[in-house]
Ligand binder design. Structure first.
Ligand SMILES: [Mn+2]
Length: 274
C-alpha cells in the first residue's frame, strides 16, 4: 500500500485525476489522505464529492471549513454565498448520502504507523497531538448526533479567539472548530487572528504562523495541512507539509507521497469564466 496526501481540492476534479494518474493511484491498494475543503469555489464540486464518496474506503479525510459550510447550508442554517459552487450537490438525489458520510469524518487524524498528523488548518501551537485528537472527537460526536443542527447554527463566529481548557458548550465547540479548520496566525498566547491571509513575510507584529510559534508543543511532529493558500506550499520546515497550493485560484494541486515525501502537481486548468 502506498499512501498519498492531497491539499484543498475545492472541486478541482480534473486536477485531482491528473495527480492520481501521475502516481497510478490504485484505490484497491493505495490510500489517499484528503486535507479538507474537498469542495466549493471550484468548477466540479459535485463530481469531486461523487468520486471521493465512491472511493471512501481508500481515503482518510478531514473536514475543512468549506465542507462544514456545505453541511450548514444543507441543514438550512446558512444561505449559500454568491461564490459558492455547491448547488449541484445540494440538488442531487444522493446529497443525503454524501452528507451522512461527511458527518462521519473527523477534524484531525493521526496515524501511529507513519507518525503523520493531518488537519485542515494544522495543529494549534498550544496543543499536543493527543489533545487535538480528543478535541476533534468532541466535534465528531456532535456531528454524528442530533446536536449537529444546534452546532451548525452556532458554528460561525470568531470568538473565543483564545483556547482555554475550561471552555464549555458552543463556545468550546466553535473554538475547537476554528483552530482546526480556520487557523493561520496566532498571537503569543496562541490566540487566533482571522483576517490575515497573506504569506509568511508580512505577518503583523505580535503574531506568528501557527507552525512558527515560539512555544509550539508539537515541534517534532510530521504535520499535513491545507487551508493557507498563499503559503504556496512553503513552510520553511522539513516536517510541515502545507499542501494547499491554490489550485482553485489558478495555481496547482499538490499530491504528496507520504513515505518519500515526493510531490506531484497538476496545474489548474483554464476556466472559461476566469
Ligand atoms: Mn479552508
Amino acid at each position: 500500500m502506498t499512501q498519498y496526501a492531497v491539499g484543498d481540492i475545492q472541486g478541482c476534479y480534473a486536477e485531482l485525476i491528473d495527480c492520481l494518474d501521475q502516481v497510478n493511484f490504485n484505490p484497491k491498494s493505495d490510500c489517499l489522505w484528503v486535507a479538507g475543503d474537498m469542495i466549493n469555489r471550484g468548477p466540479d464540486s459535485l463530481t469531486t464529492l461523487e468520486f471521493l464518496y465512491q472511493h471512501r474506503n481508500s481515503l482518510r479525510c478531514v473536514l475543512g471549513n468549506h465542507d462544514l459550510h456545505l453541511m450548514a447550508i444543507y441543514f438550512g442554517h446558512r444561505k449559500a454565498k454568491k461564490s459558492d459552487t455547491i448547488d449541484p450537490i445540494l440538488n442531487h438525489p444522493n446529497c443525503d448520502l454524501w452528507i451522512d458520510w461527511l458527518r462521519q469524518q473527523p477534524l484531525c487524524v493521526f496515524d501511529p504507523n507513519t507518525q503523520f498528523f493531518m488537519s485542515h488548518a494544522g495543529l494549534p501551537p498550544q496543543w499536543s497531538v493527543t489533545q487535538a485528537l480528543a478535541y476533534s472527537e468532541e466535534i465528531s460526536s456532535v456531528l454524528k448526533s442530533d446536536g449537529i443542527e444546534k452546532f451548525l447554527t452556532n458554528m460561525y463566529g470568531n470568538t473565543p479567539t483564545h483556547w482555554k481548557n475550561d471552555l464549555t458548550g458552543i463556545e468550546r465547540l466553535r473554538c475547537i472548530t476554528n483552530y482546526l479548520t480556520r487557523m493561520r496566525i496566532c498571537d503569543v498566547d496562541g490566540g487566533l487572528e482571522f483576517d490575515y491571509k497573506g504569506d509568511l513575510t508580512n505577518i503583523p507584529a505580535g503574531y506568528h504562523a501557527w507552525f512558527k510559534h515560539p512555544h509550539r508543543q508539537s515541534s517534532n511532529e510530521k504535520i499535513i495541512f491545507g487551508h493557507w493558500a498563499s503559503l504556496g506550499g512553503y513552510t520553511d520546515h522539513h516536517t510541515l507539509f502545507g499542501l494547499d497550493t491554490a489550485c482553485v485560484w489558478g495555481q496547482y494541486l499538490t499530491l504528496m507521497q507520504l513515505d518519500t515525501q515526493q510531490y506531484f502537481t497538476a496545474n489548474a486548468q483554464p476556466r472559461p469564466s476566469q
